[in-house]
Ligand binder design. Structure first.
Ligand SMILES: Nc1ncnc2c1ncn2[C@@H]1O[C@H](COP(=O)(O)OP(=O)(O)OP(=O)(O)O)[C@@H](O)[C@H]1O
Ligand SMILES: [Mg+2]
Length: 338
């Protein structure tokens, strides 16, 4: 199988002290959808910036579409597509003009430009608004325009850095539908970052969970869930009882018990059947229950399992994060603007 992305020992330390990405290594096969999943500040944008030749690494190497990223940054920029977390469409140009600019920038053959733009506008359902300034677009329309801009040159590898941030669920679903169609039609490789667990779950062939600049787990969504060893029943007692974990552990079907933030996470193959026995054990131990909940393995659980923390759904964007992206955008588009 051909490798579309290969990173080795990739590291980035900002200002000699902020270790944003540390010794990250992974391979994405051609045609795969690969997800980088992690909370704010995990190092996702930094990784994308390095893989797309927008940011020099402190250490490590990366090969994208057979090209050494750091030796051939301009070639990389020509070959890949990028859709950033933040809006990069030029508000003072129309949708069509944004696409024309991108087509020129990426040297799309002249005779193909018109046809490609028309078909993308239609595909992304922005045809009717094509000749309106982008600043009059809704958030969802802008994202679709930006996706169109990102793929106008039919890139073999598309990088998406939290592209659906701020979109409503319908907008997100629509966006991913287009990406899926493009993958099917062109066998495009997609590298995406997200902190929406359900997005990564539904879309990615494989996922890397990144936390504090490290990959803490990789696998297909189902492999990652399987590693959890089944369902998780969370029991929140009204008081702590030192012997409770050991008692719960003896119940047939229970594979593991951990205490986290005052709640017991009990793993087992069939959570529903475990609940009565768990409740009974607590009652016998004279421990009242504040709550009992059952969860089938989800990526939320995977995240908790591998990082020991709840996954935060925080949409805030750090100023430094913004600076990197704006720098990248300027680098990519700067020369074309007058
Ligand atoms: N230009 C910069 N200078 C200094 N520190 C930076 C810079 N860019 C990012 N960082 C820091 O590096 C770490 C990783 O940031 P990064 O933007 O890669 O995270 P992220 O996973 O993309 O987060 P988010 O989900 O918020 O977009 C953070 O601690 C961030 O503050
Ligand atoms: Mg980011």
């Amino acid at each position: 199988m051909t490798e579309a992305i290969h990173a080795e020992g990739l590291s980035k330390t900002y200002n000699g002290k902020v270790k944003a990405v540390e010794n990250v290594a992974f391979t994405v096969n051609a045609g795969e959808a690969y997800g980088f999943l992690g909370p704010n500040g995990a190092g996702k944008t930094t990784t994308v910036a390095m893989l797309t030749a927008g940011l020099a690494p402190t250490a490590g190497s990366a090969v994208v579409d057979g090209i050494d990223v750091f030796a051939n940054p301009n070639e990389i920029k020509r070959r890949i597509g990028i859709v950033f977390q933040e809006s990069t469409a030029d508000s003072d140009l129309t949708g069509r003009e944004n696409l024309e600019l991108a087509a020129a920038l990426f040297s799309v053959p002249r005779k193909e430009v018109r046809g490609r733009i028309d078909s993308l506008l239609e595909r992304m359902q922005i045809g009717e608004a094509a000749d309106r300034l982008a600043k009059t677009y809704s958030g969802g329309m802008r994202r679709r325009l930006e996706l169109a801009v990102g793929i106008i040159h039919a890139p073999r590898v598309l990088f998406l850095d939290e592209p659906t941030l701020g979109l409503d669920p319908q907008g997100r679903a629509g966006f991913w539908r287009y990406v899926e169609e493009l993958r099917k039609e062109h066998g495009m490789t997609v590298f995406l970052t997200t902190h929406y667990l359900e997005e990564a779950d539904g879309l990615c062939d494989r996922i890397a969970i990144i936390d504090h600049g490290h990959i803490v787990a990789t696998g297909t969504p189902s492999e990652l869930k399987d590693r959890l060893g089944g369902d998780v029943v969370t029991i929140k007692p009204t008081r702590t009882e030192p012997t409770l974990a050991a008692l719960l552990q003896t119940i047939p079907g229970v594979t593991a018990v951990t205490l986290q933030d005052g709640a017991y996470r009990v793993k087992g193959t069939n959570g529903e059947q475990l609940v009565p026995a768990l409740v009974e054990t607590c009652t016998r131990a004279n421990v009242g229950l504040a709550s009992v909940s059952l969860k089938r393995p989800s990526l939320d659980e995977v995240f908790l399992e591998f990082t020991g923390r709840e996954f935060r759904e925080d949409d805030s964007v750090s100023a430094t994060d913004r600076a990197v992206r704006i720098g990248q955008v300027q680098q990519a588009f700067g020369r074309a603007r007058r």
